[in-house]
Design a protein around this ligand. Structure first.
Ligand SMILES: Nc1nc2c(ncn2[C@@H]2O[C@H](COP(=O)(O)OP(=O)(O)OP(=O)(O)O)[C@@H](O)[C@H]2O)c(=O)[nH]1
Ligand SMILES: [Mg+2]
Length: 449
């Protein structure tokens, strides 16, 4: 595993974001990092491990140097952090001097890759580091932090241990020449496998919700002019971002804002009212609205509840056949029709909570979760597509093994399926993985992490 990755050299990178800042940190990892730091600061004596030491670096900046001696560091190697003033030029000079002194520039994610190669983190935890850095909502950060703490790892390990135990019993029976299960009965094997299947399925269900939280979704507001799309957009994002007027055809372009709905990062798009128009600007707006709808995960179709539905409304109801939530806006006014739409008033805020619930219900494909708000807010353990795929392939193998058992198959056949399931779980945690996969995963990290 990871045989082609060298950890013999010392790597260096700026660990703080690009640009000016109060502080900036240069990080080095590898066998030479302490010696290089000593040279850059022209110190006669080695740094003391885990001590912040004031020093002058490259004759240009006063910095604080901290040396984390192997293996007690993020990467498990000798790590030096040089914390200086956050000028891009200064930090770059320190990096260049470190390279002149024998370090090389780190690849994206290479510090975390080394932590993984040295067994400081498993693959799930390494991926959680990237998610934590990318988190923009509190729930995203919570999910990533739990994974970094090893919550998912331990659940997967428990499942794998059950499979290992079962496989060992089946394997032992293979040594007996006569037919039949020797160290475990078929009934018990069935029960054990059903329990594993159940645990995996729960994780997968969790993962669908987790992906929503991790990846977010694009939601487009559509409808004919003047029904209150922009008013609704403003109400959902909580500011008067979009222009609202009593004139039909107010919105011409796409307006986009991020909003946190029940912990799910939603990119909300307000669009031009859909109608035939002679105005070229409005016509272009309508075209863009249609394009946005095509890529959206969900369309909020807004109707005016205070006026009878017209031809355009009917056309939209027929046309928008993907995932949608129908809204009867202007519920503060007397109602002109009754239908299945959610009654909302963008002006008074009535019905907005119900609308948020419907959005999450539609996006998660689980309208049932709508009532149980707390359920949805539970921190899901799985949130990464790669993890979800491995869990799905594990559960498929388990399901096949159950079928085999039910059909009276031999231990050998059942064992083969168990091996497949265990391989999927091992790819998930990274105990079994390819260099290509590692390269792919870590290439998405930022440099310096
Ligand atoms: N009473 C009432 N009026 C509303 C409500 N929502 C919007 N309006 C009014 O309806 C008119 C049109 O609102 P907009 O939000 O601009 O409508 P729109 O769908 O974005 O219109 P276009 O951008 O032209 O497509 C404005 O006068 C709003 O004040 C509501 O819930 N109740
Ligand atoms: Mg508008």
């Amino acid at each position: 595993m990871g045989a082609s990755f060298s950890t013999a050299d010392t790597i260096v990178a700026v660990a703080t974001p690009h640009g000016r800042g109060g502080l900036g940190v240069v990080r080095m990892s590898g066998p030479e990092s302490a010696a290089i730091a000593q040279r850059l600061t022209q110190r006669q004596f080695p740094f003391e491990p885990r001590h912040a030491t004031l020093a002058i670096v490259c004759d240009i900046d006063q910095v604080v140097v901290t040396w984390f001696a192997a293996p007690h560091s993020y990467t498990g190697e000798d790590v030096v952090e040089i914390s200086g003033h956050g000028s891009p030029w200064l930090l770059q000079s320190i990096v260049e001097s470190a390279c002149a002194a024998g370090a090389r520039l780190a690849q994206p994610g290479e510090f975390t890759l080394r932590a993984y190669l040295h067994g400081r983190l498993d693959l799930i935890q390494a991926e959680a580091v990237a998610d934590l850095i990318d988190a923009v909502t509190p729930l995203q950060a919570r999910v990533a932090f739990d994974q970094l703490e090893g919550t998912l790892t331990s659940v997967v390990q428990r499942i794998d241990a059950q499979l290992f135990d079962l496989a060992a019993k089946l394997e032992a029976s293979l040594d007996f020449p006569d037919e039949g299960f020797h160290f475990i009965t078929r009934t018990n094997a069935l029960a054990d496998l059903a329990a594993v299947q159940d645990a995996l399925e729960r994780l997968i269900k969790d993962g669908r919700r987790g992906r929503l939280i991790r990846d977010g979704r694009l939601v487009v507001i559509a409808g004919r002019p003047n029904v209150g799309k922009s008013s609704l957009f403003n109400a959902l994002i909580g500011t008067n971002r979009a222009i609202v007027t009593p004139l039909a055809g107010t919105t011409r372009d796409l307006l986009t804002e991020q909003v946190d709905v029940w912990g799910v990062p939603i990119t909300l798009v307000d669009t031009a009212g859909l109608r035939e128009s002679a105005d070229v600007i409005e016509e272009e707006g309508v075209k863009r609205a249609e394009q946005a709808r095509e890529v959206a995960a969900l369309t909020l179709l807004v109707l005016d509840g205070s006026r009878p539905l017209d031809e355009d409304d009917q056309r939209l109801l027929a046309e928008i056949d993907g995932p949608r939530v129908v809204i009867a806006n202007k519920a503060d006014l007397p109602s002109a029709w009754s239908g299945s739409g959610i009654a909302v008033s963008a002006v008074t805020g009535v019905g907005l909570d119900q609308l948020r619930a419907a959005i999450i219900g539609a996006l998660s494909g689980e309208p049932g979760t709508v009532a149980g708000t707390d359920d949805f807010r539970d921190v899901p353990r799985v949130s990464n597509q790669r993890h979800l795929l491995q869990l799905e392939s594990a559960v498929m193998a388990i399901t096949r093994s159950l079928e085999q058992l039910n059909q009276g198959a031999t231990e050998e056949l059942v064992l083969a399926e168990l091996t497949d399931a265990r391989e999927a779980l091992e790819s998930l945690t990274g105990t079994r993985t390819s260099d290509d996969l590692l390269r792919h995963i870590f290439s998405t990290f930022c440099v310096g992490k």
